[in-house]
Design a protein around this ligand. Structure first.
Ligand SMILES: *Cc1c(COP(=O)(O)O)cnc(C)c1O
Length: 444
């Protein structure tokens, strides 16, 4: 059975189930697998033409087979992935992988939906209940709440800053009902997060079985390895290599890709494209790591991260150690990282120009996050002499960013099917002040 160690090496190794239900290790480190199982090139090639849920099954089963029976994992991936992943040819051998076809139109649906089903299955075994608390500044909350909607024995409370989310984002959380309760906090995102953290540490609430669904959970990372296999098997011949460009914030998406590579996927390069929060490309350049505080506000707002939470995992994967505060206690193999990853920072101005140019030249509409990824790929291709297939990830639907698209292209992007009809749905939410006592009373 694969064991998961903490990146801080100060707590016991656990199995997948515990890593999933705990989220973070007790020593504040992140869980990483002790070894990474392998898929052969012919196993990868044989994924060609399968429905996406089956690719996800084959990729994740290697990690989960000792803990989840195959028929259950098949059911889980089938229920989680009732949508496909369009691959658009932009020009020559350059493709766009659209990860925006899920119910909340961002790539976060891939992780959230599978993690939710895995949790439901694993707690059912123990006849346990869970109360999941999520603090969100917008998109994560809706993806996670949607993923947990209607699940058995799990309730969820989503806290969001009442004045800092868009109307559409709010409606995506407040119109669900059932086991999802939305709390509008009269404060900032940091207030929401602080109250959730305090609740986890409060012994007076331990009988509620609180759990989290945030991005540091290994159960949210693993499903993100699968779409790299899917794209490769569709586009590339067995003996060829491929380049992926990943618009990155907390580096969960990129970690999914790196895990796929370690499993045997022939990737010659990942492009870690970041916005003006450029702490990672600077680290690769100088060998010195310096987080950015406060993080810079850029157009690709889901990537406004001054210290990526998954960096500790990336450093662990390359033999180093970084603690939860971002201090590197053991340097990773920087040359090996640079061999695998080309990292580049894209300014807001370049993001806007990319949206314009790509539309004018190829008729493809990108939103700001995907544009950062695409600009990163163009930068890489302009200096690397390669002729391999290159795939840029589009992590959200352009219809989620109508103002930016209108400004850049003077057109109204289509609203994704999954988000239509939101206006007329009934909203239910409770407003609370950013006061822990009030929040605790509510939970009790
Ligand atoms: C969360 C998010 C990202 C960043 O992904 P990470 O895994 O945090 O690097 C990029 N694009 C969109 C649209 C997102 O919602």
């Amino acid at each position: 059975m694969i064991k998961y160690h903490s990146t801080n090496h100060n707590s016991e190794s656990v199995n997948f189930k515990e890593a999933l239900l705990k989220g973070q290790a007790p020593d504040k480190g992140l869980y990483m697998p002790d070894f990474i199982p392998q898929l052969s090139l012919s196993q990868i090639a044989s994924m060609k033409g399968l429905p996406y849920w089956e690719v996800a099954f084959r990729a994740t089963n290697e990690f989960l087979k000792d803990e989840i029976p195959e028929n259950e994992l098949k059911r889980i991936t089938k229920e989680a992935y009732n949508f496909e992943i369009p691959l658009e040819n932009v020009f020559d051998k350059v493709f766009l992988m659209r990860l925006d076809q899920g119910p909340t139109a961002s790539f976060k649906d891939f992780a959230a939906r599978m993690m939710a089903k895995l949790m439901e299955y694993l707690i059912r075994q123990e006849k346990r209940n869970l109360l999941i608390l999520v603090a969100t500044s917008g998109d994560t909350g809706s993806a996670v709440a949607n993923a947990f909607l209607g699940l058995e024995n799990i309730k969820m409370v989503v806290l969001f800053p009442s004045k800092e989310v868009s109307e559409r984002q709010r409606k995506q959380m407040t119109t669900l009902g059932e086991n999802i309760t939305a709390l509008a906090v009269d404060g900032k995102f940091d207030d929401c997060q602080a109250m959730v953290k305090q609740a986890f540490a409060d012994p007076g609430l331990s009988h509620l079985n609180l759990s989290s669904a945030n991005s540091i959970n290994f159960g949210r990372l693993l499903p993100q390895a699968a779409y790299y296999f899917s794209a490769f098997s569709k586009l590339v011949k067995e003996r060829e290599e491929v380049v992926f460009s990943v618009p990155s914030g907390n580096f969960g998406n990129l970690m999914g890709g790196l895990i796929a590579k370690k499993m045997g996927l022939p990737v010659s390069k990942f492009i870690a494209a970041v916005n003006e929060n450029d702490e990672f490309p600077r680290f690769l350049e100088t060998g010195q790591y310096q987080s950015i505080k406060p993080s810079k506000n850029c157009l690709s707002n889901a990537m406004n991260v001054g210290h990526p939470s998954n960096l500790a995992r990336l450093i662990d994967l390359y033999g180093g150690q970084m603690d939860e505060k971002g201090k590197i206690n053991k340097m990773p193999d920087i040359n090996a990282i640079k061999k695998d990853i080309f990292s580049v920072s894209i300014s807001d101005e370049e993001t806007r120009t990319t949206i314009k140019n790509v539309y004018q030249k190829y008729g493809t509409i990108l939103e700001p996050h995907g544009a950062v990824g695409f600009a990163g790929l163009e930068r890489f291709l302009s200096q690397a002499k390669i002729s391999s297939t290159a795939i840029s990830l589009e992590t959200a639907h352009p219809g989620k960013f109508p103002e930016e698209i209108k400004k850049a292209l003077n057109l109204e992007p289509e609203i994704p099917e999954s988000m239509k009809g939101l206006e007329s749905k009934k909203e239910i939410f409770k407003v609370i002040s950013p006061d822990y006592k009030e929040f605790k009373q509510f939970l009790l």
